[in-house]
Design a protein around this ligand. Sequence first.
Ligand code: ATP
Length: 204
Amino acid sequence: MRIALFGGTFDPPHLGHLAIARAAAEAFQLDTVLFAPAGRQPLKLDGSPSSFTDRLAMTTLACKQDKRFRASAIDAPRSDGLPNYTADTLASLRRALPEDTLFNLVGADSFLDLPRWHEPNRLLELAEWIVVSRPGFSLADFSREDLSSLHLTPHQQSRVHLLTTVHEDISATVLRQRLQAGESCTDALPSAVSTYIHTHHLYH
Ligand code: ATP
């Protein structure tokens, strides 16, 4: 099986996330995309506005749109209070699924942050990477100095696959601002997620 981990804050999960996962599933013949909301995202330690429970519930609703998509609690908040590191998540998936081909799915903005991730070189050993284009973030910057400072081996570099055909101009930050201003954002949210937000009075 070909399985992609798709980590994020998913606060809220939006149509951009679904479009990215669908494009990656088509281009890389993925059987499963595991949407994994992070209990504590290491690079966003000031916290998410919504609880992990709400983010997982919304992600579960969003994943009903495609039978290849599954919401996963693999990155639930840790009992020791530490952030959820993707390297640890991929390592535990690798142990649980020794025969499967593992991918780590990220948007261009996350990938350009790779030097700030925990154990970047190990991350590229643990999985193939699918990096999806995002408006406002140039993947040409892949060769910029701070990435080359990682001294990736040719093998690690060969595990990075770029998917440059996606142009989804949606961000959760902008959606939270619009929701707070009273907009419904049905243009950018799966309808079940809109309903959940409304019912649970999120982002007010
Ligand atoms: P925020 O605005 O709060 O930072 P976000 O919209 O970037 O949120 P996340 O949950 O942080 O959403 O993103 C999860 C993953 O999805 C990350 O790898 C991110 O790069 C990617 N992603 C999110 N939105 C897009 C988009 N519009 N195009 C490409 N990648 C995206």
